[in-house]
Structures are given as structure tokens and as C-alpha cells.
Design a protein around this ligand. Structure first.
Ligand code: HEC
Length: 151
């Protein structure tokens, strides 16, 4: 079994064990995943950089921040396992939102390289919707699951 199959099997077992958010979920008593939170904070900072870039029509700056989002690091395996357990039966949806954000960020970087301001703003809107979709679907359940009270 290769590593990703093994992880897949593990996630499936955790989901079957009823640990998933969708399945009505035992809360995870451990501290909320720290690296994941740091990555999110970083994404927020990159978005600020993008809006500043747009304001100054500095398309290189926009492209750099968009690239940073497209290539954002993954949290460590130990956190990913816990997050997948949280997502439970909705893990595919969680991953789909992540993928959409990576794609929207790459496409924003490409668009910025073209220097058409209005196209950049549309591409930025798509990226923002990507963030919003996942937050709307998962953020409050995530906080409940991990008892993370951060605002
Ligand atoms: C696949 C799901 C997902 C995607 C996509 C996603 N987020 Fe998040 N985000 C979360 C979850 C879950 C939390 C709650 C984490 C916590 O409380 O520690 C969160 C928390 C945050 C936070 C922490 C502060 C707060 O108010 O909760 C910021 C900032 C943030 N996200 C920014 C972004 C930005 C910007 C994007 C898009 C570029 C993005 N996120 C895309 C799931 C996602």
C-alpha cells in the first residue's frame, strides 16, 4: 500500500468511527491545530498584500502574493489527520474548497502578470469566494470541534 492509500484508509477508519463533524461528532479534546491556524493567518496577510497591490496597480506585487497563496504550505501530517477526522464524511468537500483556492490563486497570479486591472479584480473576487465558501461551510463547526475560541 502506498502512503496516500494508507492515509486514505486511515481517514476512512476515523470517519467510520464517527469522529466526523457530519456524523455528529465527538469533539477533539486536543489543542486546536496550531500550524493550520498559522497558515490561515498567513493567507489573510497575503490577501491584504493583494489589495494593496491592486490599489497601487502594482501587478507584480499582486502576482507574488497570489503565488504565495497558491503554494501555501500544508499543515503537518498529525494535524491533517485530525482535520480530516473533523471533516468526516465531508472530507471531499473540504478538499475541494482547498483545491479551488489553490486554482483561483494561480489563476489570479497569471492574470496579474497580464496587467489588466479589471480582470485582476474579477480573479481576486473568485479567490475571495473560495475562502468564503470554506469558511461558511466549516469554520464554526471546526471551532466547536476543537474548542478553538480564537477570533
Ligand atoms: C478548506 C477550507 C478553508 C479554506 C479554503 C480557507 N480557509 Fe481560512 N479557515 C478555515 C478554518 C476551518 C478556519 C478556522 C481555524 C481556526 O479557528 O483555527 C479558518 C480560519 C481562517 C483565519 C483565522 C482568523 C479567523 O477569523 O478565523 C483566517 C485569517 C483565514 N482563515 C483566512 C483564509 C483566507 C484568506 C483564505 C483564502 C485565501 C482561506 N482562509 C481559505 C478553513 C479554510
Amino acid at each position: 500500500m502506498n502512503i496516500s492509500n494508507r492515509i486514505g484508509a486511515w481517514v476512512a477508519i476515523l470517519a467510520l468511527a464517527g469522529a466526523g463533524a457530519a456524523g455528529g461528532a465527538l469533539a477533539d479534546e486536543g489543542a486546536a491545530p496550531h500550524e493550520f491556524h498559522e497558515i490561515m493567518e498567513d493567507l489573510g496577510d497575503q490577501m491584504v498584500g493583494i489589495t494593496e497591490g491592486i490599489t497601487h496597480e502594482d501587478w507584480i506585487r499582486v502576482a507574488e502574493h497570489a503565488e504565495a497563496i497558491a503554494n501555501h504550505p500544508r499543515p503537518p501530517m498529525s494535524e491533517r489527520v485530525r482535520i480530516m477526522a473533523f471533516a468526516g464524511t465531508e472530507v471531499a468537500q473540504f478538499k475541494k474548497y482547498d483545491k479551488e483556492v489553490h486554482e483561483a490563486a494561480s489563476s489570479l497570479a497569471d492574470t496579474a502578470a497580464g496587467g489588466d486591472g479589471s480582470a485582476v479584480i474579477s480573479a481576486f473576487g473568485r479567490l475571495q469566494n473560495g475562502c468564503l465558501d470554506c469558511h461558511a461551510a466549516f469554520r464554526s463547526a471546526y471551532r466547536e470541534h476543537f474548542h478553538s475560541a480564537k477570533d
